[in-house]
Design a protein around this ligand. Sequence first.
Ligand code: UDP
Ligand code: MG
Length: 319
Amino acid sequence: MAQTNPAISCPRLTVVVPCHNEEEVLSETVLRLSNLLDALSRASLIAEPSIYFVDDGSTDDTWHAIERLAAKDARVHGLKLSRNFGQQSAILAGLLMAPGDALISIDADLQDDVAAIEEMVRAYYRGADVVYGIRRNRDTDGFFKRTTAEGYYRVLQAMGVQLMFNHADFRLMSRRVVEELRNCKESNLLLRGLIPQLGFPSELVYYDRQVRYAGETKYSIPKMVALAVNGITSFTEIPLKFITVLGMLVSLFSFGLAAWALIAKFLHMASVPGWASVVIPLYMLGGIQLLCLGVIGQYLARIYSEAKARPRFIVEKSV
Ligand code: UDP
Ligand code: MG
């Protein structure tokens, strides 16, 4: 058994589970989580365990399922958000509302291996305030999901964003990390980028990504794109710097071109009256300008939504 730090006392453990239309998986999720929490309690590794399901604006029977589960087991609680706020906000709601000394966020669909929680708790005892669940393999994800996700992690890392490769939202956080998170007021939330910024001792726990227990992915392509854009605009200014450099290069090039045209005129060199040389740069520069405006627009939109400072989630009711 790994060394434990005697200074750290038995933590009250809370598991936060965001749910969007997950009625098919909930009973199995509760079963596996409560079996695990029982085992950890028996081993005196945790105290007063609880599970917080956050219903993120489900349109199916998810909320009733949560109510039924909560009625049967006092450790099970539910928060119903007033509409769909997105997985990140749902996790945040659970973290900020739930009690506990150590809080773990995990997907409802059992793709994250529940068994890894024990190792996370042991890492907590060793002094880690954050324990990142890292997917050892992604064979269970489709080719498209895997390549886009891994490519995205690499692009963000290349832009200097501190990000754990192949870590999503399966992680343990200590109470003090959650309290620091409470102070981060950003509306455009990407927890996997934000948590590493908070610092604190951390550890990694590896697990094999499972197939979704039941149902379909709740991440549509627009949701994935929104999350991806958020990761860039929230954590790096590289695209803005890139635009500046691009602008400078294009300007330099055009000055060079103008100089060359003048020299050619003074030296009476034959110049070819070309259509291509006029029209192609026109389209190209138009395209680059629109792209750059789009990038600036993305940042502007973030500033706009941050300035509005609307609530990141609204809890309609709880059980
Ligand atoms: N989820 C959520 N709100 C959303 C979309 C998803 O709370 O708007 C939850 C979902 O119920 C699940 C987790 O976030 O517990 C991850 O979603 P999913 O498994 O569908 O994504 P994937 O694993 O396919 O990336
Ligand atoms: Mg999933």
